[in-house]
Design a protein around this ligand. Structure first.
Ligand code: GTP
Length: 319
């Protein structure tokens, strides 16, 4: 398998920051409440995840206890850090050492990542700002921060960590997100990470745009089948100006549909499609390809059967 279709992603952060919980919710469809029973990760747990378009994700969940972190950064540094496409580093927003020892560990990881993947010789197909691996920084467990302080906490954290990273000589980009397993912010961040990993996203968007205009829909969203992460979406621009849209609507849908699918599987009635029809709009969620679901939202009097027919006709073009 070529390095282009196989991407190594590191999940790192101090012990208890929430790495395994995220992995369990996104890739194993566990409920947030069930993550309370997870034990500490020993050394590294790597999993291979088949994703859209032949993409294979090698996800390395690196145990965060001090002894493991030290070993990742020293004895195992070349095994862990070499040929990395992206690093996702998790900080516990409520950690008392957030800007001290937690950040110090992060900076050590950045340095090792850079040493093992020098920008000019990186062969992992990575695409960080300067050609090195891309680094996503998640300030996690934001549900524990009072709502009115979340935005300022993230902004201050981003400014401080970026400053320290620059002072330590790291010149690449850092992308910051606030997340929690208790709401849709987790899906938002992971959808962005996944979109970043996927090749040929622009041609997919072109197909979706055609579908949007041919079916007179207001919005079309493409979800990955297992994770229900948003891969791509197109919206009728006119309607964006005319209506108030909830900015987090896609991630809310991911969270709701995944919970619904889990409920369906518990009663052994596999989820296949969903139609919601009201006075003002019709929404149809249906399988598009073996790896994706498509959600089509149309306003006015468009019948669900017409949307379903359009999806059926579109399948060969996306297959
Ligand atoms: P190691 O395996 O030791 O490296 O830890 P880890 O980073 O994998 O942590 P883990 O996922 O095991 O989570 C530790 C605890 O944090 C669990 O009890 C989770 O339920 C809890 N947790 C994870 N994410 C969140 C979150 O967003 N909010 C809150 N409040 N708790 C969370």
């Amino acid at each position: 398998m070529s390095s282009k279709s196989r991407k190594k992603v590191l999940l790192m952060g101090k012990s208890g920051s929430g790495k395994t919980s995220m992995r369990a919710i996104i890739f194993k469809s566990q409920l947030a409440a069930d993550t309370r029973r997870l034990g500490a990760t020993i050394d590294v747990e790597s999993s291979q995840i088949k994703f859209l378009g032949g993409l294979r994700l090698d996800l390395w969940d690196c145990g965060g206890q001090d002894s493991f972190m030290d070993s990742h950064l020293t004895a195992q540094s070349s095994t862990v850090f070499r040929s990395v496409h992206s690093l996702i580093y998790i900080f516990d927003a409520e950690s008392p050492e957030l800007l001290t020892s937690d950040t110090a560990y992060f900076l050590k990881c950045l340095r090792t990542l850079r040493d093992q993947n020098p920008p000019s010789t990186s062969s992992s197909g990575s695409s960080g700002e300067d050609g090195g691996p891309t680094v996503f920084v998640l300030l996690h467990k934001m549900d524990l921060v009072p709502v009115d302080m979340q935005a300022s906490k993230l902004a201050e954290f981003e400014a401080e960590v970026t400053k320290k990273a620059r002072e330590s000589g790291y010149q690449g980009g850092l992308q910051f997100y606030g997340t929690s397993i208790w709401n849709e912010t987790l899906y938002k961040a992971w959808s962005i990470v996944m979109s970043h990993l996927m090749p040929s996203l622009s041609s997919l968007r072109t197909h979706l745009s055609h579908f949007l205009s041919l079916s007179s829909a207001s919005e079309v969203v493409l979800f990955e089948r297992t994770t229900f992460l948003v891969i791509s979406s197109v919206t009728n621009e006119q309607e964006v100006h005319d209506t108030e849209w909830d900015e987090r609507r896609f991630e809310r849908i991911s969270t709701m549909v995944k919970a619904f699918k889990l409920g369906c599987s518990k009663i052994r009635s596999p989820f296949s499609s969903l139609v919601v029809s009201t006075q003002h709009y019709t929404a149809v969620l249906d399988s598009l390809t073996p790896e994706t679901y498509i959600l089509v939202i149309a306003r006015g009097e468009i019948q669900p059967a017409a949307i379903e027919l359009n999806i059926r006709l579109a399948r060969p073009h996306f297959g």
